[in-house]
Design a protein around this ligand. Sequence first.
Ligand code: PEP
Length: 247
Amino acid sequence: MRTPIIAGNWKMNKTIEEAIDLVKEIKSGLKKDVETVVCVPFTTLSQVKKEIEGTELKIGAQNMHWEESGAFTGEISPLMLKEIGVDYVIIGHSERRQYFGETDEIVNKKTKAALKHNINPIVCVGETLAQREKNIHKELVESQILKALDHIDDEEVIKIVIAYEPIWAIGTGKTATSEEANDMISFIRNILRDKYSQDISEKVRIQYGGSVKSSNIAEIMSQSDIDGALVGGASLKSDEFIKLIRF
Ligand code: PEP
C-alpha cells in the first residue's frame, strides 16, 4: 500500500560534473514501484534537475531555511528550492542537529515551511548510543517526532517521510538489526496513530537510515513497518546505489 522510497543523501560530496555523471548512471537503473530520490548539494541542484527531466528519479535538497527571504546570510529558502523544482528536502539530519545546532523547534519550523511550499520533507529522528544504552531512546524519539509534527494536520502529515536514523549507525558501518529498526519504526507508527489516526499512521512512510548497503537492504525492507531507506555513503557509487534500489 505504501510505495517504498529509497533516498540517497550525498552530503557534502560531488562537484557539478561528478553529480551529472552519477545521476546519468542512476537514472538508467531505476526500478518501477520504488520511488528513488537523490538529495544532492545545493550547487548541483539545477543541473541535476535538468539531467533527470522526463525520468521517475526525484530530487531533494539536504537542508533549507524556513523563511522565504531576508537577512539570513548563506541560507537557502523554500521559494528558491521550489523554483528549481525540488521534490524533497531532508530536515533535521543528525549532522545538522549535532554540528549546526538544529533544535526540534527549528525542525518543526522547517517542516512546516517545506509543506507550505509543496516540498515533501524527509524528517530525521534518532538517538545517540548513550541514549540507547540508558534505555531512553524511545522517549527521545517520541519527543523528537511530537515536536517536529507540532501544528501539522492530517492532510499535511501524509506528505512527510520520517527517517529513523540511530546516530550510532550513521557512517559507522554498524547497522541496527532489522528487528531493532522495525521495533522503533513500529513505535513511531503508534505515535502517529495516537496523534492522528490509524488511517494516517498507515499512510505515512517511515525509512530506516544508518549504514544501509546493497548487502543489508533486502533484510531491512523485509520488515513489516519499514518503507524505505535514507542512504549516505552507499548512495555515492552508482553500481552500489542501483543494487540497493533494486533490493
Ligand atoms: C545518512 O547520512 O543519513 C546515513 C544514513 O549515512 P550512512 O548510510 O553513510 O550511514
